[in-house]
Design a protein around this ligand. Structure first.
Ligand code: C2E
Ligand code: CA
Ligand code: CA
Length: 279
């Protein structure tokens, strides 16, 4: 009966506003997707360009929609954020990524970090650290193999709260990265206050790095700043050999991008490693 009421509400609203209807339909679909386990995690390797070795993988969620096909996170994460469903989706992704990383350790003796994106609302949850701890225990993944990616905008929200959460995560032993670094218009002062380990330089700075001297300067400056602050750097969105050569020349040795590999399902990733296309 409750469901019936919901549908009526939708139809009434639809008459007035088609967009609201579509939105609610998608929200409904998203709820069902959770129940029916329609989400899948794809993995994109991070490579050390000097050794060619996989040093980590980023977990990126996709929605295997029965009619729409594979839906990209850009299309449903914003809706999931607004409706609050992001918390459950993110928790599922975190558990699945940790489970998979542990399975690669046990079955294939492959040890590398798995990076999981933390949404801002997930970060605001009071019991976020407990949830992370519980999932690590459940999946038996050692904390040192989990990297949590947060954006600068999370970092800017409520500094004291964020610092205390990050310190709890640090005590837990997980690794923290700042995602999309350089795009957040934020103060750099947090870099020395926060217990973070890695800056992921945003893809927008890399796109034209071989032709735009400004981008080249920015990336070079971030690289040197990171070095003096003792932070690691991962460069995102590397697509060409020329970009790679430039990054090599400024001593950026950790990259993630289509040049090496697109995000792929776990089985595909295993095949690439087995075939020696990735190590
Ligand atoms: P992001 O965290 O910055 O993830 C990197 C995105 O860049 C991925 O898009 C990846 O496919 C894409 N990418 C990687 N290398 C290249 C490249 O060389 N060229 C180009 N053009 N793109 C590249 P994707 O998987 O579509 O994810 C988009 C965004 O959705 C992510 O950006 C992240 O903000 C969000 N997202 C994905 N999975 C999750 C999740 O599990 N939880 C949350 N909260 N957000 C997620
Ligand atoms: Ca990310
Ligand atoms: Ca990013």
């Amino acid at each position: 009966a409750k469901d019936q009421g919901k549908n009526n509400f939708q139809h009434n609203r639809a008459g007035k506003n088609e967009q609201v209807f579509q939105y609610m339909e998608l929200e409904n679909d998203l709820r069902k997707a959770l129940e029916r386990e329609q989400f899948v995690v794809y993995y994109q390797p991070q490579i050390n360009i000097n050794t060619g070795l996989v040093i980590g993988v980023e977990a990126l969620v996709r929605w295997q929609h029965p009619e729409r096909g594979l839906v990209s996170p850009a299309q449903f994460i914003p809706l999931a954020e607004e409706t609050g469903l992001i918390a459950q989706i993110s928790e599922w992704v975190l558990r699945e990524a940790c489970r998979q990383a542990r399975q690669w350790q046990v079955e294939k003796s492959q040890y590398f970090k798995v990076s999981v994106n933390l949404s801002s609302s997930q970060f605001q949850q009071m019991d976020m650290v407990d949830k992370v701890r519980r999932i690590l225990q459940e999946t038996e993944l050692h904390p040192q193999y989990l990297d949590l990616e947060i954006t600068e905008s999370i970092a800017m929200h409520n500094i004291d709260f964020v610092i205390s959460k990050l310190m709890q995560l640090e005590r837990l032993g997980v690794h923290i990265s700042i995602d999309d670094f350089g795009t957040g218009f934020s103060s750099l002062s947090y870099l020395k206050k926060f217990p973070i380990h890695t800056l992921k330089i945003d893809r927008s700075f890399i796109q034209d790095i071989t032709t735009d001297p400004d981008d080249a300067s920015i990336v070079t400056a971030i690289r040197w700043m990171a070095r003096s602050l003792n932070l690691d750097v991962v460069v995102e969105g590397v697509e060409t050999g020329e970009q790679l050569e430039f990054l090599r020349s400024i001593d950026c040795d950790k990259v993630q991008g289509f040049y090496y590999c697109k995000p792929v399902p776990a089985r595909e990733f295993e095949r690439l490693v087995t075939r020696g296309e990735l190590m």
